[in-house]
Design a protein around this ligand. Structure first.
Ligand code: ADP
Length: 663
């Protein structure tokens, strides 16, 4: 009987597991790195124990240490969450040796599915359909290339140890093959310490449809329907939904049964996901099986009403599955949007910083926010930059989607750049509404979804000016307990005090003449219009009335900047343009710079080389992903400042290029 669980993970998934454990009356132990000492999962657990420095390899990946703590604290079972040790057969084995239950499948099943190529061989034997390709042990590059040539391009190279889209490259012609193989191998080596590759036919318009399976130790198995995860960027899921739109009951049964066949082929137990590519003609192919709980499991919970973590714990307790196939029913539609600290306007580079403002939509039975952070927490460089998962439910896809859009409008995050606006643009786009789901959705509709939404400045400028006036007033109240209001005789004598504010928004300077007419009420004159505004500031919220219309919006003050979180997105104004000069220095005006902190993994040019616009110059690895930095124009390399292996900080010049004369 499991009475105490240690969660060998952090962030939202640790909090998610703690929630169900509490509901089941099971006590919880959190583990944390030094960087996470004050993290939400630590606060929520009954006990918490430090397992080392920030870097994952010294903490969350230290299976030995985690197990030692589990022993010391008399833990019955370890829940690994996803990522970190969740698919590590050695760790599962070590748990078994210590008599601690690993909440997951058997060691053999993890091993069998741990390599994409070995998994394919097993599935082939079991009669599960596969994408045509080469997944053999012989890694001779010429052999891999030969099978690619025979299959015909495009092909997809995949690291057999891969996950999260890492170590994966599309290859569109034989000419690109060698470079792509080298890059995929490098990425695989740095992410998984294993550069074994497989190659398969690249389907150009597939959907990613995956089946949630569950098995117990009593030979029972069910599938909890499917999730459509076709909305991906660089093979990483962005928005997921359940059920998959336009899926016939017949196809659902067919795929569900194929997934169970896959699970039974490896004597599966616990939660698993069988990922398929679904082609336009309705044929589907096994891609891989994830032997753990998936990030996107909440959409399945929303449409089935089941708690998958509870199922995991019950199966680990040797109980039978809570339901049979015929007892499982789907109801309604659910979406999950992954909110990341990243910059969609700068190649989606992971963003870091303190979450100075964090307001989520109101949660209820139809809206769920799974997160591991609170306002004031820091998003650091050490871990995955996911901030939260926003999960919604509706009776139909249309209703669920409308709810997703509203909730994204009410999600306000300040201090760290996020993808919220980007998610809104996807959710609001016509092809998404029409469920035109293919894995190349984002590339295909890039023009529609990558254009930043413009917040209507004229509508919200008066509110920002009001926010500024109220904060100034509050500041002087706090400082002096003696406000301008109290000391000025102007109002009392009916001489209205006039002032002016200069706000810089999107590179445009707006001058606003302000006159206070009564406490907390001003008349604002912009060039085009006069507004009467009034309001108050409490807990990062500006409650305001502009020309009689009352609204409440989150607001954030940061030195000379004010950000207002409007339903159209965030609007930031800088106060007084005069203070904002001197941006950067000109010494390296001809340089390409490091996009973020990282390591140089390949320097492809040297001083004196002639380069053409778009040519790869240097590859920097950051957050386990390679970022290829290309020549911004034709020119000659003047100087390279770093070598392979060097650590670089975000923003430093990497290479100087002298542009060719344009004459
Ligand atoms: P990872 O384990 O790294 O996430 P997967 O094998 O699950 O890698 O593939 C991730 C995504 O890559 C899929 O969801 C799909 O969009 C795309 N993909 C994988 N294999 C193919 C293929 N053969 N043809 C087209 N797209 C593919």
């Amino acid at each position: 009987m499991i009475k105490k669980i240690l969660i060998a993970n952090r962030g939202e998934i640790a909090c998610r597991v703690i929630k169900t454990a509490k509901m089941m009356g099971i006590s919880t132990v959190a583990v944390y790195s030094e960087a996470d000492a004050n993290a939400l999962h630590v606060k929520q657990a009954d006990e918490a124990v430090c397992i080392g420095p920030a870097s994952s390899k010294d903490s969350y990946l230290r299976g030995d240490l985690i197990l030692q703590k589990a022993k010391e604290l008399n833990v019955d079972a370890i829940h690994p969450g996803y990522g970190f040790l969740s698919e590590n057969a050695k760790f599962a084995e070590a748990c078994a040796l210590q008599g601690i239950i690993f909440i997951g499948p058997t060691i053999e099943a993890i091993k069998a599915m741990g390599s994409k190529s070995a998994a394919k061989q097993i599935m082939q034997k079991a009669g599960v359909p596969l994408v045509p390709g080469y997944h053999g042990d012989d890694q001779n590059p010429d052999l891999i290339k030969k099978s690619a040539n025979e299959m015909g391009y495009p092909v997809l190279l995949k690291a057999t140890a891969g996950g999260g889209g890492k170590g994966m490259r599309q290859v569109w012609s034989e000419a690109e093959f060698n470079d792509a193989l080298a890059a995929a191998k490098r990425e695989a080596m740095s992410s998984f310490s294993d550069d074994k590759m497989l190659v398969e036919k690249y389907l150009t318009e597939p959907r990613h449809v995956e089946i949630q399976v569950f098995c117990d130790n009593h030979e029972n198995g069910v599938y909890l329907f499917e999730r459509d995860c076709s909305i991906q960027r660089r093979h990483q899921k962005v928005i997921e939904e359940a059920p998959a739109p336009n899926m016939s009951d017949e196809l659902r049964t067919h795929m569900g049964e194929a997934a169970l066949k896959a699970a039974f082929a490896i004597n599966y137990s616990g939660a698993g996901t069988v990922e398929f590519l679904l082609d336009t003609d309705g044929s589907f192919y096994f891609m891989e099986m994830n032997t753990r709980l998936q990030v996107e499991h909440p959409v399945t919970e929303m449409i089935t009403g089941e708690d998958l973590v509870e199922w995991q714990i019950r199966v680990a307790n040797n109980e039978k599955l809570p339901k049979t196939q015929s007892e499982l029913k789907m109801h309604g539609h659910s979406f999950e949007a992954r909110i990341y600290a990243e910059d969609p306007n700068n190649d989606f580079l992971p963003a870091t910083g303190v979450l100075r403002l964090l307001k989520t939509p109101i949660t209820n039975a139809k809206v769920r926010v799974d997160t591991g952070v609170e306002q004031g927490d820091e998003v650091s460089i050490y871990y995955d930059p996911m901030i939260a998962k926003l999960v919604v439910w509706g009776e139909t896809r249309e209703k669920a989607l409308a709810r997703l859009e509203t909730c994204l409008q009410h999600y306000a995050i300040g201090g760290v750049t996020t993808n919220i606006d980007y998610l809104r643009r996807i959710a609001g786009s016509a092809p998404f509404k029409q469920a035109q789901l293919t894995t190349d959705f984002i590339e295909r509709h890039n023009d529609t979804i990558s254009t930043a939404t413009n917040v209507d400045v004229d509508t919200y400028l008066p509110a920002i000016a009001l926010g500024y006036l109220l904060s100034e007033q509050k500041g002087s109240e706090d400082d002096l307990r003696n406000t301008a209001w109290n000391t000025h005789d102007n109002y009392r004598s009916n001489l209205i005090h006039e002032d002016s504010i200069e706000l810089l928004v999107n590179d445009k300077l707006h001058t606003i003449i302000t006159s206070m007419t009564s406490p907390n009420t001003w008349v604002l004159d912009t060039i085009s219009k006069q507004h009467i505004v009034s309001g108050s500031l409490t807990n990062d919220t500006l409650s305001f009335t502009v020309n009689g219309l009352k609204t409440k919006l989150p607001i954030m003050f940061n030195n000379a900047e004010i950000s207002l979180f409007t339903p159209q997105g965030m609007l930031t104004a800088q106060i007084k343009a005069a203070d904002l000069g001197e941006i950067g220095d000109d010494d390296h005006a001809n340089s390409v710079v490091a996009p973020m902190n990282g390591t140089v993994v390949a320097l492809l040019v040297k001083a004196g080389d002639k380069v053409v616009k778009g040519e790869q110059l240097i590859i920097v690895e950051a957050m386990k992903m390679e970022h290829s930095i290309k020549a911004p124009y034709d020119g000659t390399i003047a100087e390279c400042f770093f070598n392979t292996g060097d650590l670089v900080s975000g923003g430093v010049p990497l290479i100087d290029i002298t542009a060719n004369d344009t004459e």
